[in-house]
Every structure is written in structure tokens, then in C-alpha cells.
Design a protein around this ligand. Structure first.
Ligand code: ATP
Length: 224
């Protein structure tokens, strides 16, 4: 069997003080899991630890094959290249077209060859149903379309894992549904997904494994 995409053992998730303690879980290749819990319970902090925005100071763990404790700063971009990271607020560069936003990431992650890069941009935009949006400015797109561009951007480097923090937080139910369907397609193609959400309707409608942050611990509620 291939190694898990995420493996944490007895990890402490730290902000200025411990947020979650004794965190142990694995997420297998191709698995989809939700991360739920009240405001301030530690969902974002856990995700930040997984993409090395917060250091893992206690416990052991690997993400996408990178050992998290003592991960050298120079290695962090290589870890992030294996991940797709998606937030609630879209964080597209507002002064560049959709295509330029995606080109920016390809250039920053070492892609070469103009035709190859343009082909990759066309491919990911087609995958999220926005083939015609290359030359549009982000603010001319709806919230749902902007989130699709963010997902396209996250897919550029064929990540093994998508980490999504409230990806439907600003979207109405219908648009949230279409984002979930897109996630399902991405997941079915083999990418693991860990998604923090407050939206329990999505959990009911698209059942997957559920992790709950509660009282400083991470509980594995199993599949709903
Ligand atoms: N940058 C920071 N510096 C210090 N403490 C922080 C920081 N960010 C979050 N915290 C604290 O860490 C704890 C967990 O916050 P976190 O943002 O991980 O929760 P969350 O479950 O994602 O909340 P929400 O659902 O509101 O996004 C909270 O007590 C919060 O105050």
C-alpha cells in the first residue's frame, strides 16, 4: 500500500499556546475528510500546520512525504508544490487576468516553456468549467467563478492533497453545491481532500469521514 498523504502522531498544534494536543490520524491517498468544530477550536491552525505555516514543534508527522518536525524553511516551497491550498476569501491578484494569475504560480514553481505553461493553464481552467475565462479580470467574475479559478490554481501542480479552509464560506447554497461537485471530481481522480467547514448541510449531502476539533483534541467521528 502507498504511504498515507497525511500522518500525524501525538502532534501538538501550537499558536501562542497549544490549540490541539495528542493529534494522531492518517489520511490515505484518495481519501476525503471534513474538519469541523466551533469557531476557535483549531481547524485553521491544524491546516496551517499541515502546510507548514505553523511549525510542528511536538509530535511527529508527514505530509505528502515531507517530515514536518524540523522541516527546513528551504523545503517548504517543495512541500507546498505537492499541495493545493484553498481559502474562503479568494486571494486572486486583482490587477492580473485569470490567465496571468495562473501563470504567476507556474513561474513561481519553476515551470518553463511558454506553450507548455499555456497548455497547462487551458487544461486546469477547462477542468473547472472556465475555459473561456483566461483573459477575464477576477473582479468581473462571480464569487463562485472566482473560487473555481482558485481551485484551478490549486490544481496546477497536480497536488496529492487539497487543503481547503471554508472554501464555500462566502458562497450561496447552489454555488457551494457546484464547488462540492468539482471537489468530488478532483477526489475521484485520486487527490485527497481535507476540508474545514461550518456547513453541516454539505456534510449530510456529501458524506465523508469527519474529524472534529473539540476541547483541545481532534476526534475522528468516522464516516457519516
Ligand atoms: N495568529 C494567531 N496568533 C495567536 N493565536 C491565534 C492565531 N490564530 C488563531 N489563534 C488562536 O488559536 C485558536 C484556534 O484558532 P483557529 O483559527 O485555528 O480556529 P478555527 O477552528 O479555524 O476557527 P474558525 O472556525 O473561526 O475559523 C484560537 O484560540 C485562536 O484565538
Amino acid at each position: 500500500m502507498s504511504e498515507p498523504v497525511i500522518e500525524l502522531h501525538d502532534a501538538v498544534i501550537m499558536q501562542e499556546q497549544p490549540v490541539l494536543q495528542g493529534v494522531s490520524f492518517t489520511l490515505e491517498k484518495g481519501e476525503f475528510a471534513y474538519l469541523v468544530g466551533r469557531t476557535g477550536s483549531g481547524k485553521s491552525s491544524l491546516l496551517k500546520t499541515l502546510y507548514a505555516d505553523l511549525p510542528l514543534q511536538q509530535g511527529v508527522g508527514t505530509v505528502a512525504g515531507f517530515a514536518l518536525p524540523k522541516l527546513a524553511p528551504a523545503k517548504i516551497p517543495f512541500l507546498r508544490r505537492r499541495l493545493g491550498i484553498i481559502f474562503q476569501d479568494f486571494q486572486l491578484l486583482s490587477d492580473r487576468t485569470v490567465g496571468e494569475n495562473l501563470m504567476f504560480v507556474l513561474n513561481a514553481t519553476g515551470w518553463t516553456g511558454k506553450a507548455r505553461k499555456q497548455q497547462r493553464i487551458s487544461d486546469v481552467l477547462a477542468r473547472v468549467g472556465l475555459a473561456a475565462a483566461t483573459n477575464r479580470m477576477p473582479h468581473r467574475l462571480s464569487g463562485g467563478e472566482q473560487q473555481r479559478v482558485v481551485i484551478a490554481r490549486a490544481m496546477l501542480n497536480e497536488p496529492v492533497l487539497l487543503l481547503a479552509d471554508e472554501p464555500t464560506g462566502n458562497l450561496d447554497p447552489e454555488v457551494s453545491d457546484s464547488i462540492m461537485q468539482l471537489f468530488a471530481e478532483i477526489n475521484n481522480a485520486g487527490t485527497s481532500i481535507l476540508m474545514a467547514t461550518h456547513n453541516f448541510q454539505l456534510l449530510e449531502k456529501y458524506p465523508h469521514r469527519v474529524f472534529t476539533c473539540k476541547d483541545g483534541q481532534l476526534l475522528d467521528s468516522g464516516r457519516r
